[in-house]
Design a protein around this ligand. Sequence first.
Ligand code: NAG
Ligand code: NAG
Length: 285
Amino acid sequence: MRTGSKCLLGSSIVLVLLGSCFGAFYEDFSADWGGENILLNEGVNGVDLRLTTNTGARFASRNSYLFGAFSVNMKLIAGNSAGTACSFYLTSYGDSHDEIDFEFLGNVSGQPYVLHTNVFGHGKGEREQRMFLWFDPTADFHNYSVIWNHRHVTWYVDNTPIRVFRNLESKYPNTYLNTEAQVVSGSIFDASTWATRGGLIPIDWNSAPFIVKFRDFSFNACHVVNNDVTNCKKQNARNWWEAKNLDRASIARMRSVTKKYRFYDYCTDKVRNPTPPAECRYNNL
Ligand SMILES: *[C@@H]1O[C@H](CO)[C@@H](O)[C@H](O)[C@H]1NC(C)=O
Ligand SMILES: *[C@@H]1O[C@H](CO)[C@@H](O)[C@H](O)[C@H]1NC(C)=O
């Protein structure tokens, strides 16, 4: 990320990087996998990821962050995308890693995409939710974002919250994502064995290449410098994402979309979780 003076707000320790500070793609991100299928679109601060019979692709931010607001506009694979998956996610590395996921599961032409979300805290995941979207995500760009602060992680689709995972450290220690810096990634990959109708419909390679478009990356976040998380761990009221809370109107919007469009929730999956996991009743706002 460029850190020219216009990009620095606040102290030099807690760097707040604005979307407008993004430089050339490879200054901000590295190609993690399938570099040949990462196609730059610099004019719009964006990139296309392609899935071919050779490989999918993945990028990751060079900087890592502990708390912040992360957003991107994405346009998903048009036509027959069955068996493919695309993602926008945050992750740390190592055995007890943290992760915040948006995963988009493709479908045959005319059938709906599924948005799959998950969250890992201290290496514990298995907190999947799935929903349909209220628009066709392949027709246009839509805004997918995460606010991750000391109180909660909230996933948004076009500014409508669709999921909350609250910080319950005081009740259940070592469950929240509050110690590890995460990088921001995007990917496209072959998920034939599980994505579409549970794996019933694999990729039809006759429809390849598959292309997902990302643009307008915007990260306003606490940038961890030299692996020192001390400053980001502190709750700094000057960071606007810390103040971001769910008001009644947003909760009402979240309820109405989840009621209509969410069709799977690990919390209510009696086969996997005969007793709902402890956090469920707090996150079901
Ligand atoms: C997505 O929406 C948020 C909230 O309005 C906004 O701050 C952000 O800039 C938008 N992101 C993109 C990539 O347009
Ligand atoms: C694909 O469409 C089918 C039929 O409408 C639906 O049951 C399924 O949830 C859709 N999405 C995926 C990813 O399987």
